[in-house]
Design a protein around this ligand. Structure first.
Ligand SMILES: [Fe+2]
Ligand SMILES: [Fe+2]
Length: 317
């Protein structure tokens, strides 16, 4: 190439030429790949948008027993015998109910030995949350997500941590249902599972981790909201899923489920993230509404370690 040629090239082209000479790659191939990724990302996002607006998601259906338990618990006259019978009909669920009832998360030392006592100790709301969490766990571990299992294992681990922290935070706040907070924590990143599930069939996009992460970051909250709405979860829970990353949401008034899940998510991220990525909790309005400062949050994390380990044991992690 002559000096004159270089003069008429744009700065961008020079950078690309320089990169190509450094890495010995063919520019046209790189450009082709970048264009392929852009096209794939554009089509993929269009598909996600269509799923969100239709409210129909290609997710495995829930086990029949979970559907029956949710239906039964919607009935105000539901009795413990009926729930005990339903839970007892599914050995995996019964085992999970026992483990949760005896876990440190519930803070009791005396173990329960029969199913009725386990159901009584948990309460109907937590029985529902445990049944739903089992169904969601099956999606995370199912055949339909085989190609993305390593990513999902990380998301599931994070989600269970957020669930335990949300439960413990909610216990400190009047008017927030801790069982609902636990469930909200478990499903707050369900949109990421869906994006990965869809992307595993798209080899071009799947190979470009940066684009995929970007799409996942931008879309998982609105997809998550639409998914939990399609599951008929409460509006409060859907709101928490949708807004859990809006840390700077100002506002007065009593703390909400969204505040609890946002702070639980922040605590989990702060603990695992690089020091430079950590958010100063004293600057977060949701922490103020929950009456928390950095020191109190640190104490909660320290004292919750046993409970989180117990939860992981109960959830087979
Ligand atoms: Fe998230
Ligand atoms: Fe999260």
């Amino acid at each position: 190439m002559s000096h004159t040629d270089t003069d008429v090239l744009s700065e961008q082209q020079i950078t690309e030429l320089h990169a190509a000479s450094l890495f010995g790659t063919d520019i046209s191939l790189n450009q082709e790949f970048a264009e392929d990724v852009d096209t794939a990302a554009f089509t993929f996002v269009g598909m996600l948008a269509a799923d969100v607006s239709s409210g129909e998601f290609d997710l495995p259906s829930w086990p029949e027993v979970v559907i029956q338990i949710r239906r039964a618990l919607e009935d105000e006259d539901c009795c413990i015998e009926h729930i005990e019978r339903l839970v007892g009909s599914e050995p995996v669920l019964a085992a999970r109910i026992f483990k949760m009832a005896n876990s440190a998360l519930l803070g009791r030392s005396e173990p329960v030995r029969d199913l009725r006592s386990a159901v009584t100790r948990l309460g109907f709301d937590m029985v529902r949350s445990v049944a739903i969490s089992l169904a969601i766990e099956q999606i995370f571990h199912g055949e339909a997500v085989k190609a993305v299992k390593p990513y999902l294992a990380e998301i599931w681990l994070h989600s269970t941590k957020v669930a335990a922290l949300a439960y413990l935070l909610a216990k400190r706040v009047p008017r927030i249902n801790a069982d609902e907070a636990y469930l909200a924590g478990l499903v707050h990143d369900i949109g990421k599972l869906y994006v990965l599930m869809r992307a595993q069939n798209d080899p071009v996009l799947f190979d470009c981790e940066d684009s995929l992460q970007e799409i996942m970051g931008a879309w998982h909250t609105s997809i998550g909201r639409a998914i939990v709405e399609s599951w008929d979860f409460s509006e409060e829970l859907a709101q928490a899923v949708s807004d859990h990353e809006l840390y700077d949401l100002e506002g007065r008034g009593p703390p909400t489920l969204t505040d609890v899940v946002s702070v639980a998510n922040l605590l989990a991220n702060n603990e695992n993230g690089e020091p430079s990525e950590r958010v100063d909790l004293n600057e977060v309005p949701a922490c103020h509404r929950l009456g928390l400062d950095t020191e109190t949050c640190f104490d909660i994390i320290q004292s919750s370690e046993v409970e989180i380990k117990a939860l992981h044991k109960a959830l087979r992690i």
